[in-house]
Design a protein around this ligand. Structure first.
Ligand SMILES: [Zn+2]
Length: 457
């Protein structure tokens, strides 16, 4: 169908749905457009002068997309991007439709989309991106995707349908193995961390499958791991090694809850950078964005200062100082939020002390089965010290047990808080993750003893 006509119908329907209070964004325009013209996405994407960039992987898509968008905007590009949560094919299509006027003209000079791992297979052939970034592959939403190898193969199919430059995390074995799907070897660029104190040099133990060689299935030998299965590895049979990254963090000068100061090597040259977000996990997101900017031939002197201005993706959190110990209060209310808290605060820390307080009031959600959608497995290799409390403490403890984590469970929030604080070392940092009604009880208990401060993270 003629593009302007398809767009007119699609946009009218989306607007109508919005005015009827049924929500106009999301997947609806994409759904309608699909019925009218299967090639609409392809046609719209093809007219964007500097092409399409796609960011995929289990964790960090939104943060990385935001970092790349800021760098592109600072370099003068007009960026068309999708909101987090609309990263399935129809969501991406809807963003393209939103970005086009009624004549089918897109004003943006470049498009940047985060795309769900399983959707890349369909989105990539359609949009023919010039750049694809793969961040990491973790077990996620077990019911939805099945084995990680299957997810990797789906991403591989998407990559194979393009002639894109592909940026792969060298430190994630399964991601690094995707190079075999790339149209030609000079289109592959690896990013990774060389110089960072390993959080664990011990024999890598994890519930994830990603410790198997993607070539022969032998258990990989990890000489160091930074978090989860992310680290330096090789296959004992000699058929698969961590590739040498051309975009690499070669040194970390300072890393704490406020962020990381680092040195990055880009094709052999070194630059200083600063990222105001905590955690190794975010450092990888920053590195991925640097790799893309480098691939787009932007100037490091231009995008590294932009990276240093990254605003908190997390927002406001509360901190309490008590008996020389610091406590962070981090509300958890759904799998995505819980995962973000873990990623931002816990995965970058070594042996973090964590108290999870799970209630099942109406404001919390009566059904706590959502806890099974949170990838607690990632915490297991961190040596996290975990206690649980609240009405559903035993459900939480059971979920952790399946993730290979032993925890101490007490129903009483007061008792679990008391024990948790007593067990924290002097000067130590504790992370408390309550559901909504548990947070109310927690704040009352803490406010009786000290001040609760709000801080930006
Ligand atoms: Zn092997």
């Amino acid at each position: 169908m003629y593009i302007p006509l398809t767009l007119a119908i699609t946009k009218t329907a989306a607007g109508l749905s919005r005015s009827l209070g049924r929500g106009g964004g999301g997947a609806l325009p994409g759904l309608i457009a699909d019925r009218l013209d299967k090639r609409l996405g392809q046609k719209l994407a093809a007219q964007i002068p500097h092409g399409v960039i796609i960011v995929t992987g289990t964790n960090g898509k939104t943060t990385t997309t935001k970092m790349i968008a800021s760098a592109l905007e600072a370099s003068g590009e007009r960026v068309l991007t999708n909101r987090s949560g609309s990263n399935l094919r129809r969501g991406v299509l809807s963003s393209l439709i939103d970005g086009a006027d009624r004549r089918g003209k897109i004003d943006a000079t470049i498009a940047l989309f985060e795309v769900d791992e399983a959707s890349l297979r369909r989105v990539a052939p359609e949009l023919q991106p010039r750049h694809i970034v793969v961040l990491n592959l973790f077990r996620d939403q077990l019911d939805r995707y099945g084995e990680l190898d299957t997810t990797a193969a789906l991403i591989g199919q998407g990559i194979a349908a393009t002639r894109a430059k592909v940026y792969l995390n060298a430190d994630d074995p399964l991601v690094a193995s995707l190079a075999k799907y790339v149209a030609s070897p000079e289109l592959v660029k690896y990013f990774g961390i060389e110089g960072l104190p390993a959080t664990s040099t011990a024999n890598h133990q994890t519930a994830s499958d990603s410790d198997r060689c993607p070539v022969c299935g032998t258990r990989l030998k990890f000489v160091r791991t930074f978090y989860g299965h992310i680290g330096h590895y090789s296959c004992p049979t000699g058929d698969f090694d961590r590739p040498k990254p051309s975009v690499a963090i070669t040194g970390v000068q300072q890393a704490d809850i406020s962020g990381t100061t680092f040195t990055v090597a880009l094709d052999g040259k070194r630059y200083d950078g600063n990222l105001p977000l905590p955690g190794t996990y975010n450092l990888y997101n920053a590195l991925a964005s640097v790799a893309v900017c480098n691939g787009l031939k932007l100037e490091p002197q231009q995008y590294l200062p932009v990276l240093a201005q990254t605003t908190a993706a997390f927002g406001r959190v509360e901190r309490v100082e008590l008996d020389g110990k610091s406590l962070y209060l981090l509300l958890v209310k759904n799998p995505v939020g819980f995962t973000q808290v873990m990623e931002t605060f816990l995965l970058g820390a070594s042996k973090p002390h964590v108290l999870m307080l799970i209630n099942d009031g109406i404001a919390d959600g009566r059904d706590v089965s959502w806890l099974w959608d949170v990838p607690f497995e990632a915490l297991q290799p961190k040596g996290a010290v975990i206690s649980v409390g609240g009405v559903r403490a035993s459900d939480m403890a059971l979920r952790l047990k399946y993730a290979g984590i032993t925890s101490v469970a007490r129903d009483s929030i007061k008792d679990s808080l008391g024990q948790f604080i007593a067990a924290l070392p002097d000067g130590g940092v504790g992370y408390i993750l309550p559901t909504y009604t548990a947070m109310i009880t927690l704040r009352e208990l803490l406010a009786a003893q000290t001040d609760i401060q709000e801080v930006m993270i």
